[in-house]
Each structure stands twice: as structure tokens, then as C-alpha cells.
Design a protein around this ligand. Structure first.
Ligand code: FES
Ligand SMILES: [Fe+2]
Length: 391
């Protein structure tokens, strides 16, 4: 029997998978239980393709960054071949956590305890005095059996995805349904134009709630008139449509009236092959488990979630423009600033409401809730995905 059934009654998860009009949402334990969250770490974050950062945050060869996945220590590095690699963050000798803070390793990753050293590809290359004083190798010890443990990883649209359990299908196949969907907006060569803004290109929000609330809220536009009155004044609830990925690994919504209004006459450059008749379309898709994407004719963003505990989440927003000039030059600085403020305000409005969902989940009178059969379909799709993969 699956370990999850010791925490959650099987019937509660089965009911999530029923047709929307008969289903309830995920049970409270999925948001309030520490034990559940440890199972979620394995079944959701280790077994699936999970985002842990962006490649542009490690711009130089030798840049390293630790990442804590609900207690599991990992680190990211840009190696000498200019590739992003991800490793378990633990020395092969006595188990010290190797990379403690963001920085640059220059030549090697050196353990502070007994100075064993590793290359940026995780190869163990120095073991001082291992065979006794001034004996830096030993016939009884094979260096090449003690390299760092690499984690399967892939960079797509600057996002670093990992699959720790090494059990998922190849990332190219995993992403194909979404990638094919968006081929109508941007050609492969257009995707390469995305540039992370050098200023006003990032913000983070500490949300006092479970990470799943951010995803399920992102999937629907039902809340627009009440949570985002400003946004709703030009992009109304009726201007949105549902997006439900097949197979079930992404869901969200799109708008048909995207038309940014910034001060001044200046406009951001657009993706060169974005079709004219689709220029007012923008799509907002949550790719399960933990990243929310937004594509528009003139910018792209990735809003990824770092779960801290069952009731804390660090939300990271990364904003990209079309070409280096739009992303980095002074000429577009004011526009970048305005766009950044726009998204930050919208996400803060969302965080305000999802934090209250966390509080509501402490009610034992709540059975996971009931969905609107017409408005909540993408959100139900995410709940079904979790209920299926947590087992
Ligand atoms: S624990 Fe790392 S060198 Fe000893
Ligand atoms: Fe929202």
C-alpha cells in the first residue's frame, strides 16, 4: 500500500479524480501536513521535471549556487564547457554540505573540512594526505568511484529543470505538447531571442502558504473581477479561455485582449514571427509541478516556486524581452520598470488571496471544496495531476 494512504484516506484522493461536477479538491492534509510534504518531495518534486532556477542567474563559468529542495541539499554550477550542471550538495568523504552560498569556484569545489576537491563536472581530483602524511592517493581508495552525484537536468527557455529520480521521460518529449501549442506564436529561432532583463527583470515574494495554491490560482481567470479589478478593467473575465494540456501536465488560461498600456509612446519590440492576427493573444500556463509561464507578443515570463515548507513558498519572477536591446538598454528602462511594477502588483494581489486559502484549510469542516463545473476546469486538472502522482 502506498505510504500516502497512512496520511490521507484513499477515498479522499479518489474523489478528486472524479468528473468535475462530482469531484472535491485535494484534502486539507495536502496543505497542512509536514508528513505529507515529505512524500510530496519524493513523488512530485523528485519524480517529475521540477524547476530550481534559471541559467542566466549563473552567467559565468564557475558560478555556483546552493538550492534546498525541502531539506534536500543540491547545488547548481556552470561548468568549464559553459553548461549548467546540478549535483547533490554533499562531500563524498564525511558528508559536509559543499556549497554554502552563491559565488564562483574559480578552479575547483573544495570541501572546507579535509580539502577534498572536485571539478565543475563533479570529478574528485584531490584528496590531500589520504594515504598518510604527504600521500595524496592510496591504492586502497579509488578516486573515480567517489565523484559527486550528478542530477539529470535540462535547460529550456532559460529554466533549469531537474529530475532527481531519473525516471521521467526525456524532457524534450515531456515539453513537446506545450512547445507544439506555442509553435503558432513563436518559431524556434524566435524563442532564442528571449533575454533576461538586466534591471526590473526579477522579483521575489515570500508567500505564507503552500506552493500548490499559487498554481491552482494561476490556472483560472474566474477570480479576475474581484482580485484584480485593475487588470479586469481592460482584460475581462469573458475575454479569457481555458487551456488544458493533453496529456495532463499543464493547464491555464489565455486572453484575447492583451494590449499593454504604458506611459509614453514607446513600445517593446515583438517576436518577429508572432502572427498579426494573434497579437492580442497572451497565454498563461502552469507547467506542473512548479512553474507558471506567460507568453505575450512582446515579452515572456517564468514565475517559479520554491517550496520552503508545507505553509511557506518563495515565489521567483523572471522577466524576458525580445532581444538584448529591449532587455538591457537604457532606451527601454522605463518600460521595463512599468512592466515589472504591473506584474508585481498583480502577483501580490494573488498572494494576498492564496494566503487566506492556507488559513481556510485549517477548518476541519472543509472537504476540499467544490469546483465550478465551467470556470474551474484547469484548476481541477492540476488537482487531478497531484492526486494521481502522489500515490
Ligand atoms: S568531509 Fe569533505 S573532505 Fe572531509
Ligand atoms: Fe490572479
Amino acid at each position: 500500500m502506498s505510504a500516502i494512504y497512512k496520511i490521507i484516506d484513499k477515498k479522499k484522493l479518489d474523489i478528486v479524480k472524479k468528473p468535475i461536477s462530482k469531484a472535491h479538491g485535494l484534502p486539507n492534509e495536502c496543505y497542512t501536513s509536514k508528513d505529507y510534504t515529505l512524500i510530496e518531495r519524493e513523488k512530485i518534486f523528485e519524480n517529475k521535471w521540477t524547476v530550481i532556477g534559471v541559467a542566466s542567474s549563473l552567467p559565468n563559468i564557475g558560478d555556483v549556487k546552493p538550492f534546498n529542495l525541502l531539506g534536500l541539499p543540491l547545488f547548481l554550477v556552470r561548468n568549464k564547457k559553459d553548461q549548467i550542471k546540478v549535483f547533490h550538495n554533499v562531500c563524498s568523504h564525511r558528508g559536509v554540505k559543499l556549497v554554502n552560498k552563491k559565488g564562483n569556484i574559480r578552479n575547483v569545489i573544495r570541501c572546507p573540512y579535509h580539502s577534498w576537491s572536485y571539478t565543475s563536472d563533479g570529478k574528485l581530483i584531490a584528496t590531500p594526505h589520504i594515504g598518510g602524511m604527504n600521500q595524496h592517493s592510496s591504492p586502497k581508495f579509488k578516486k573515480n568511484k567517489n565523484n559527486l552525484k550528478e542530477i539529470r537536468s535540462c535547460v529550456w527557455l532559460d529554466l533549469i529543470f531537474i529530475n532527481i529520480s531519473n525516471n521521467e521521460i526525456p524532457f524534450e518529449k515531456y515539453i513537446k505538447p506545450l512547445s507544439d501549442r506555442w509553435a503558432k506564436f513563436w518559431k524556434k529561432k524566435d524563442r532564442k531571442l528571449i533575454n533576461h532583463a538586466n534591471d526590473f527583470g526579477y522579483f521575489k515574494i515570500n508567500a505564507k502558504c503552500n506552493w500548490k495554491f499559487a498554481i491552482e490560482n494561476y490556472c483560472e481567470s474566474y477570480h479576475l473581477p474581484w482580485v484584480h479589478p485593475g487588470l479586469n478593467s481592460y482584460s475581462k473575465i469573458e475575454d479569457h479561455y481555458h487551456i488544458q494540456g493533453l496529456p495532463n501536465r499543464f493547464a491555464g488560461q489565455g486572453t484575447v485582449v492583451y494590449n499593454p498600456k504604458f506611459k509614453g509612446k514607446k513600445k517593446f519590440p515583438c517576436f518577429p514571427n508572432w502572427p498579426k492576427e494573434k497579437e492580442n493573444i497572451a497565454e498563461y500556463v502552469a507547467l506542473f509541478p512548479n512553474v507558471m509561464l506567460g507568453i505575450h507578443k512582446d515579452h515572456f515570463y517564468a514565475y517559479w516556486l520554491e517550496p520552503i515548507s508545507h505553509k511557506k513558498t518563495l515565489e521567483h519572477m523572471e522577466i524576458y524581452y525580445v532581444g538584448e536591446k529591449a532587455a538591457k538598454s537604457l532606451e527601454f528602462k522605463s518600460l521595463r520598470n512599468q512592466n515589472h511594477k504591473l506584474w508585481e502588483n498583480i502577483q501580490k494581489e494573488d498572494v494576498g488571496i492564496i494566503q487566506r486559502m492556507q488559513l481556510g484549510r485549517n477548518s476541519h469542516a472543509y472537504n476540499g471544496g467544490n469546483f465550478s463545473p465551467d470556470m474551474d476546469n484547469p484548476t481541477h486538472q492540476f488537482h487531478k495531476w497531484v492526486a494521481t502522482h502522489i500515490v
